[in-house]
Design a protein around this ligand. Sequence first.
Ligand SMILES: *Cc1c(COP(=O)(O)O)cnc(C)c1O
Length: 380
Amino acid sequence: MYIPYGRQSIDESDIQAVTDVLRSDFLTTGPKIEEFERTVADYVGAKYAVAVSNGTAALHAACYAAGIGPGDEVITTPLTFAASANCVLYCGGVPVFADVDEKTYNIDPEDIRRKITDRTKAVIAVHLAGQPCDMDEIHAIAKEFRLTVIEDAAHALGSVYKGKKIGSVSDLTTFSFHPVKPVTTGEGGMVVTDNEKFYQSLCLFRSHGITRNRDLMTGKEAPWVYCQLDLGYNYRITDIQCALGVSQMKKLDFFIRRRKELAERYDKAFFDCENIIVPYQMPETESGWHLYIIQVKNCGRKEVFEMLHAKGIGVNVHYIPVYFHPYYQEHGYKAVHCPKAEEIYSHIISLPLYPGLKDAEQDTVISAVKECVLFQERNR
Ligand SMILES: *Cc1c(COP(=O)(O)O)cnc(C)c1O
């Protein structure tokens, strides 16, 4: 038996949706793409959506639309997947790491303030585990210093901040549809925005910087002419993937309800364990529960991690602080130090959490975690 930390939930209707596209006229650049974009945009309450090949491409596109260029600084959290910072490097910008809040593990607005210089252009807020960041504070700072706010919502499709769905809160919000994320298209990503200019940029960037839109040309071109207006990429997604996405979106609320139920079962199970710290929930927010991250105290995290893997429980660590990675260490980040993020990193373990996880499987995980923590605590 092996229980992973996360996995997709695919049913017959998903399979049917994909096979239907395979029998249709368009495998890519067809109607399913717009349908998926409309579905997600309507769900989150955004005006525009641009689907791309993965969540990393979505972040790259968002940085492009925000005008990030050589020398521009972008502030983000170290407790994230490397892509949240790599997207800044792709544009020639400089990721700057602000420390996190010790309760939510999300970027600390006060430290954003401390890290601002006259080259700061944007903030990338990451809703770790689906728990929304303190967006009001981040927007207040952004307004004061004229920064663009990008939300990396790879974990947070369906999360709610003060009554608003994530995706309707900031200038640009990105999602990922990797199999472990809230809904999947295999690989896939999306950027949502209310800003028409950003929307136009995102569309160009997704497809080589090329447009066929006559309004963007001089109007004197021959009918076969298309124009490359800037240097873009091929970041397109396929209709096959988007059909899966549309089908998955019908189940998102159900997926989140089940994740929440499982999270509450974990909370209850660990309630009386003094060496297990369960995730904190910020008032006025609803997490989509992408991850269930605990901190283990007074026992070796590495040993607990190894013991759980030996028992077939695929726990994980989200995340290694980005600047710890050799690439960052070798590119000027040796002196960077975010003490709270590093302290949290040394204790965290992500437990299995996905809609298809059975109560009985979760009970196995719970007993194993308690047993391992207790064992390591006694053997210190
Ligand atoms: C998954 C993830 C990404 C990247 O998404 P991909 O679709 O895998 O490229 C970016 N940021 C965070 C926080 C993620 O979890």
